[in-house]
Design a protein. Structure first.
Lengths: 413, 83
């Protein structure tokens, strides 16, 4: 493994973060929500008439982009692209990257996204009604493609580097950071906008609801997402967007940017198993790959931001995988999805943002609603209270349908 | 003769859709330049006409239209034809 940590490989750091989530649309509000254990989940009564079993969803305001972007740009943007635009604009601002820098440098974008259902359905509805493809309008195709976020943001910010969407189900955002990490580490790119976005509307999750994957606690929305708790009964869909600016350490120092954290490692694997039922081996190999490919030792990892979505099998198997890898080290393990719900394509990116916020402010967010462990989660060190702990290294898991797994190790500098 | 009410309606919907000040819309002003239209916007022009005036055109129908005056005539003639 020593050979993999090449001497010439560049260090990759994070110099900007932006987030548009159901627990806040700025970093300070998100920090306060994480500290206080505030849930962003509601019951959307409109879903009942649509045939949903679960009415639960993360709730976030629709952004008003009119003062910020001209009509041509807005017409082409999907719902998730709107969220991602704001998160990215804020992240670039924090990184002190302006339009002039973007014009003079080869900055790329790797963004996680795996659906644009609202735009697809609205376009198809119009076609069926009008029976004329032109009457679908000019923006539909750009809104409907999975690459809606990367194609729109690359045009808006006039990006000149890598321009790609990463579609890896609920691990999309994490894989996007991992791929960005590898491209910068190898010297192919110096700076990449990485992140994940997830639309928030009933159409995006209807079939998912039909798989009985969602919690049925419609009468207690803030108690519905309960990762690792013995009484969990399914996930709660949510979304928004999170962006992180990744760049080489040399680039950050040269620009005089504030370094928020370092991406230490990226592990990945595929279960090679069932399309929707996760296993233990795949996640375990992803975690081990991340650890083994870094210079971080197991005992240095003080916090694990688990994928744990509040599904019975997924949480159980992840707890087993973590337990088998970490043994007696017992770092804090938490799932911010207890507050945010499952931000799906966005989650791998947002949970790195949440973890960095925790490292910056010396706390570990509570896993709310975790009241009674099951056999597997009893092996882990999970707290349902905010823990005031100073730590500088964490690990973030993200897993998805098809058995795709991603693990990132992040260190505060 | 084009009814002033029709011209006012056309100006209003164009200004709202393409987000321009209605005052810059003059009969002899160049439509594409004034509204800052590209080829994609002509698709939305087709949608706008269908939605507001009730008939369907093709984007290529706009080839001969240079000024807003031409556009008024185009809409008026199609509406007359539909009567």
């Amino acid at each position: 493994m020593e050979d993999f940590i090449h001497r010439d490989m560049k260090r990759v750091v994070i110099t900007g973060m932006g987030i548009y989530s159901c627990i806040g649309q700025d970093l300070d509000t998100v920090r306060d929500s994480l500290m206080s254990g505030r849930s962003g989940i509601i019951a959307d009564s409109a879903r009942e008439k649509m045939g949903f079993r679960s009415l639960l969803t993360g709730m976030l305001p629709e952004p008003n982009l009119n003062p910020l972007l001209d009509r041509r740009k807005r017409v082409c943007m999907s719902q998730e692209a709107g969220y991602a635009y704001l998160a990215t604009a804020w992240a670039l601002e924090q990184a002190k990257i302006d339009n002039d820098y973007l014009a003079r440098n080869e900055v790329g974008i790797l963004y996680g996204n795996d659906s644009s259902a609202l735009a697809v359905i609205e376009g198809v509805d119009l076609l069926r009604e009008k029976k004329n493809t032109t009457l679908i309008g000019s923006g539909s195709v750009f809104q409907s493609m999975n690459s809606s976020v990367s194609m729109n943001l690359s045009v808006i910010f006039k990006l000149k580097g890598i321009n790609l969407t990463i579609a890896g189900a609920c691990a999309s955002g994490s894989h996007a950071i991992g791929m960005g990490f590898m491209m910068i580490q190898s010297g192919l790119q110096e700076c990449i906008i990485c992140g994940g976005a997830q639309e928030v509307n009933p159409y995006a999750v209807g079939s998912f609801d039909g798989l009985s994957a969602f919690s049925q606690r419609n009468d207690a929305p803030t108690e519905a997402s309960r990762p690792f708790d013995a009484g969990r009964d399914g996930l709660v869909p949510s979304g928004g967007a999170a962006t992180l600016i990744l760049e080489s350490y040399e680039s950050a120092v040269r620009r005089g940017a504030t370094i928020l954290a370092e991406v230490k490692s990226y592990g990945f694997s595929s279960n090679g198993d069932h399309i929707s039922v996760p296993n233990v081996d795949g996640p375990k190999r992803s975690i081990l790959m991340a650890i083994n490919n870094s210079d971080v030792t197991i005992d240095q990892i003080k916090y694990i931001n688990a994928h744990a979505t509040s599904t019975p099998v997924g949480d159980f198997n992840e707890a087993m995988a973590i337990s088998e890898v970490f043994g007696n080290h017992r770092p804090y393990v938490g799932s911010t999805k207890s507050m945010t719900g499952h931000e799906m394509w966005m989650a791998g990116a947002s949970e790195v943002v949440y973890s960095i916020i925790m490292m910056q402010n010396s706390f570990i967010a509570p896993t709310i609603n975790f009241n009674k462990p099951d056999e597997a989660s009893a092996r882990l060190n999970i707290s349902n209270r905010c823990e005031r702990v100073s730590f500088d290294t964490c690990l973030s898991n993200s897993f998805g349908f098809g058995g795709t797994n991603s693990t990132l190790i992040i260190k505060k500098i | 003769m084009i009814e002033p009410a029709l011209i006012e309606k056309i100006n209003t919907v164009l200004a709202e859709e393409f987000e321009v000040n209605p005052e810059i819309i003059k009969p002899d002003a160049i439509l594409m330049d004034t509204l800052d239209l590209d080829s994609l916007d002509l698709v939305d022009m087709v949608v706008l006409i269908e939605h507001n005036f009730g008939f369907t055109v093709k984007a290529k129908d706009f080839v001969e239209i240079k000024t807003f005056g031409d556009f008024y005539q185009f809409i008026n003639s199609r509406m007359d034809g539909a009567k």
